[in-house]
Ligand binder design. Structure first.
Ligand SMILES: [Zn+2]
Length: 598
């Protein structure tokens, strides 16, 4: 990437919608967020055809005036070649072309209330508007709407005298007029005892009867809602603003989609596209209690979106193999998104808003104990036993050979190295933890080096020793966010003919197959790549390795959902299938280096 053209590279870029038909809300909240995020943020005016097509846009001078008021820097053009840390997209429905443009110009791409077809490809999705868009977001933060929510729920109990009707900036379904007709007919029957004020949005083309009391495109509708006793609106932001202002709502919705969401929120509704009399009166009756309940359920004290996005952190959304981004996300949790690379098939993780984790002595003495109920050293004989099995399988696959030199990356306290020595081979250890390396050198007496594998050079670490015959990584490979670098390094450490073996969780194992949600929820937040026998063959092929054998391990038939009796016939069948079909939750790959990389 070339150097930025501006003196200071922003760390945060907001990309708001500029199309008039989508309303000014996006632009205003992006300017507000950029203002509070501070000088390291800018707002990009994405007016190119790829972003907005031929739709009319807000005028440049209007936007400039708003930006000047907020003290925010605008970009009319993206500086050529510039990549920024975080881009927050608030386009409502991003086009494919716009997504590709932004994806290639940042490390972290965040969709804020994104509802378009590319929604599922954003590495991180935060929804704050009360929509129920699929697929589900990583987090819902209605706090970011900045509603002025009072610390205590209002009472909502007061006689209805003044009614306000507001159906959005454009009211494309003509609900304002339909509601006015409805009220007229009630008035004719002497059944409308209230005063009525109607809001006409800035983009509404509706012609209202001359005797209507109208609020013309008020700039601060939220601040006016508290002056009324009942708000008639559709499901959306105004409904929530009304609750925050202490005014109950009854809803007339434009679509059955809005109707479904309104009902889920427990708010009274009186029709879809057409008002219904009975439902209106029962809605008016239920409105105060429904408002009280919905207030507690839907509203949160405001959180400053500028502060939230300025502090946003996480990994990039790049495939660890191809180093490209924007691949579809198939599972999300608050902190994690699982992508499937469209180029290489690798399944991988991007993490967001997590504290950074360090592997240290604490891992072995505390975390390990927490996870397995015993210390790593207590587990030593068991892991050494696994090592014996692995070496036996390696001999079976590649032919027995005396005195192989074996480099174990992530050797920890050396149980596998001990098995290597016992089998008559020559062990070499590498780990990032000092205490582990010390233990291997002094207690076990094997050569070992404290290093990160990516920075490691065999000749510097073990001068005078010939290149290793075997390179092993037991439950290590999934911890590397950059597999491209790792696999290149693996290739360079070995000579052609050298053996590369590793173990890792099985992304096609029994848990993933039968309880995928559990699998993705429980997969650790530092397992960046999810391997399976199929993708390992093609990925290793790209880095000069040919897979010679797999060994599916981690057979846990008791994990089969609904399987209670571990001695039944069904259990026995599952155990056979498990072994036969490779459903174990972990597996090992044994590969041979076939060529040098360019
Ligand atoms: Zn890939």
């Amino acid at each position: 990437m070339a150097q930025p053209t501006s003196p200071v590279t922003p760390s945060l870029v907001f990309v708001p919608n500029l199309r008039t038909d989508r309303g000014m809300g996006h632009l205003k909240r992006c300017l507000g967020a950029a203002r509070s995020a501070g000088s390291s943020s800018v707002v990009y005016l994405a007016a190119e055809f790829a972003f907005v097509g031929k739709f009319p846009l807000f005028s440049r001078s209007v936007v400039q005036t708003l930006a000047d008021q907020a003290g925010v820097t605008l970009w009319d053009h993206w500086p050529p070649g510039l990549s920024v840390p975080t881009v927050v997209v608030d386009l409502q429905a991003t086009t494919e072309a716009a997504f590709r443009f932004l994806r290639d110009r940042c490390v972290r791409l965040v969709g804020w209330d994104e509802g378009g077809r590319v929604r599922g490809r954003f590495p991180f999705l935060v929804d704050s508007l009360p929509h129920d868009t699929q697929p589900l977001p990583n987090v819902r933060l209605p706090e970011l709407l900045g509603l002025g929510v009072p610390p205590r729920a209002p009472l909502f109990q007061r006689p209805v005298q003044r009614v306000l009707a507001a159906f959005g900036g454009a009211d494309s379904r003509g609900l304002t007029l339909k509601f006015l007709t409805f009220v007229k007919s009630l008035q004719g029957q002497g059944r409308w005892p209230y005063s009525l004020t109607v809001v006409r949005g800035p983009l509404s083309k509706v012609l209202l009867p001359p005797d209507t009391e109208v609020l013309e495109a008020p700039s601060n509708l939220a601040g006016l809602l508290g002056g009324y006793d009942l708000t008639v609106t559709s499901w959306g932001l105004t409904a929530l603003e009304s609750l925050a202002a202490g005014t109950p709502v009854v809803l007339l919705n434009p679509t059955s989609y809005h109707e479904k969401l309104a009902r889920a929120a427990g708010l009274p509704t009186f029709g879809v596209g057409r008002p219904r009399v009975q439902a209106f009166w029962s809605g008016v009756e239920e409105a105060p209690e429904a408002a009280r309940v919905a207030f507690g359920k839907l509203l949160r004290p405001p959180q400053d979106p500028g502060a939230y996005f300025a502090a946003f952190h996480g990994s990039d959304g790049f495939c660890p193999v191809c180093r490209t981004s924007g691949h579809p996300v198939f599972a999300r949790t608050v902190h994690k998104s699982y992508h499937r690379c469209e180029e290489c098939g690798m399944e991988y993780l991007s993490v967001h808003q997590l504290p950074e984790k360090q592997y240290s002595e604490a891992y072995f003495f505390e975390d390990y104990q927490k996870q397995y109920g015993k210390t790593y050293l207590q587990d030593f004989p068991h892991i050494q036993g696994l090592g014996r099995e692995r070496l036996a399988f390696l001999d079976k696959t590649f032919g027995a050979q005396e005195g192989r030199s074996v480099l174990d990356v992530g050797c920890a306290y050396g149980p596998f190295l001990a098995a290597v020595a016992l089998a008559g081979h020559r062990p070499y250890g590498l780990d990032v933890a000092d205490a582990a390396v010390d233990h291997v050198k002094t207690a076990l007496g094997f050569p070992a080096v404290r290093a990160s594998f990516l920075d490691f050079r065999w000749q510097e670490a073990f001068p005078g020793h010939s290149q290793p015959d075997v390179l092993t990584l037991w439950y290590v490979i999934e911890h590397f966010p950059n597999l491209d670098a790792l696999l290149r390094q693996a290739n360079s450490v070995l000579s052609v003919g050298g053996i590369f073996a590793f173990s890792t969780p099985n992304g096609r194992g029994i848990t993933r197959r039968f309880a995928p949600e559990k699998f993705w929820r429980e997969s650790p937040d530092d397992h960046f790549s999810i391997w399976n026998p199929r993708n390992s063959r093609s990925v290793l092929g790209r880095f000069g390795f040919e897979v010679a054998a797999y060994r599916v391990t981690g057979h846990h038939p008791e994990r089969f959902p609904g399987l209670k009796n571990p001695r039944g016939m069904f259990f026995a069948l599952i155990r056979v299938l498990d072994r036969w079909l490779g459903w174990g939750d972990t597996f090992e790959v044994y590969a041979r280096k076939t060529k040098e990389l360019p």
